[in-house]
Write a protein that binds this ligand. Structure first.
Ligand SMILES: Cc1cc(N2CCCCCC2)n2ncc(-c3ccc(F)cc3)c2n1
Length: 258
């Protein structure tokens, strides 16, 4: 009896989730969503599993949320997969993390191609292992003509380093007469950033209850709506994505105006 009731309640909830998902489409959808995918280690710890099990489960969640974002017609999804600070983690964990891109793409690249997804990457390539970079570059090449969802992985990414490198590039262009410093403004500077082909994120989601940016897209998030959740990334699913976008749709954005 109890199982029947649980099954009925679960079905009611699923129907409600699907209705809410469809309802999202009647209101403005965020063009670009950025996600700090936090809580993978804690997810594993709660289950007395090794931390890497949480990272692996988090990788499956990447596929789940990518499919949902594509269904919603979201233009770009930027995922913070590995920060410049993550190199400080234990060697074994870093080696495991650096294998995830090739595992993800080895499994899902055909599906991404099928679903018209364009894979991009932003970050400092020089420190990324060749085997990792080879898999990512293969996916970028294989999907470069796709014009559906842009799936942008932040890999060995740090925003302060990105901004500093852009400033150095601007200085060099001014010195070489390529750029007149009087022409330098926010729009011109944005074209020096790794995100030059993307609009700024409309919505930032951070999971696991942490309320900080962790050196992520500091310039680009100036007018972005933030949504924080205690939900751990591996547990982040359709219902949580709906909740985040419902919150976004409930806010009126003024971009500094009245
Ligand atoms: C380093 C790392 C970690 C990683 N995690 C799983 C998601 C939670 C965050 C940490 C662990 N995931 N998940 C997917 C990728 C990936 C990266 C580039 C790419 F082109 C394709 C897939 C990934 N990369």
């Amino acid at each position: 009896m109890l199982n029947k009731l649980k099954q009925w309640k679960r079905q009611q909830n699923n129907e409600n989730v699907d209705e809410r998902f469809q309802e999202l489409l009647k209101h403005p959808i965020p063009g670009h969503i950025a996600i700090i995918m936090d809580g993978n280690g804690r997810w594993a710890q709660k289950r007395a599993l090794p931390r890497v099990a949480g990272h692996h489960e988090g990788m499956k969640c990447v596929r789940r949320i990518t499919k949902l974002a594509n269904e919603l017609g979201i233009e770009a999804l930027t995922l913070y997969a590995f920060s410049t600070e993550n190199w400080k983690r234990p060697k074994m964990e870093v080696e495991f993390l650096m294998k995830l891109p090739e595992e993800f793409l080895g499994t899902f690249l055909p599906e991404l191609i099928e679903e018209n997804v364009q894979v991009k990457m932003m970050g400092a390539k020089e420190a990324i292992p060749p085997h990792t970079l080879k898999a990512v570059n293969k996916a970028i090449e294989a999907t470069k003509e796709n014009d559906g969802l842009i799936l942008n992985f932040a890999l060995n990414y740090g925003s302060r380093a990105e901004i500093l490198d852009s400033i150095k590039h601007v200085l060099k262009d001014v010195q070489n007469g390529i750029l007149d410093e009087k022409q330098l403004n926010e729009e011109v500077f944005s074209n020096y950033l790794m995100t030059k082909e993307l609009k700024d994120p409309d919505l930032l989601i951070r999971t696991s209850g942490e309320i900080r940016l962790s050196n992520f897209m500091l310039w680009q998030l100036a007018y972005t709506e933030f949504w924080f959740t205690d939900c751990l990334w591996p547990d982040f699913g359709k219902e949580q994505l709906i909740e985040a976008i419902e919150a976004y749709q409930g806010r009126s954005r003024r971009f500094g105006g009245l």
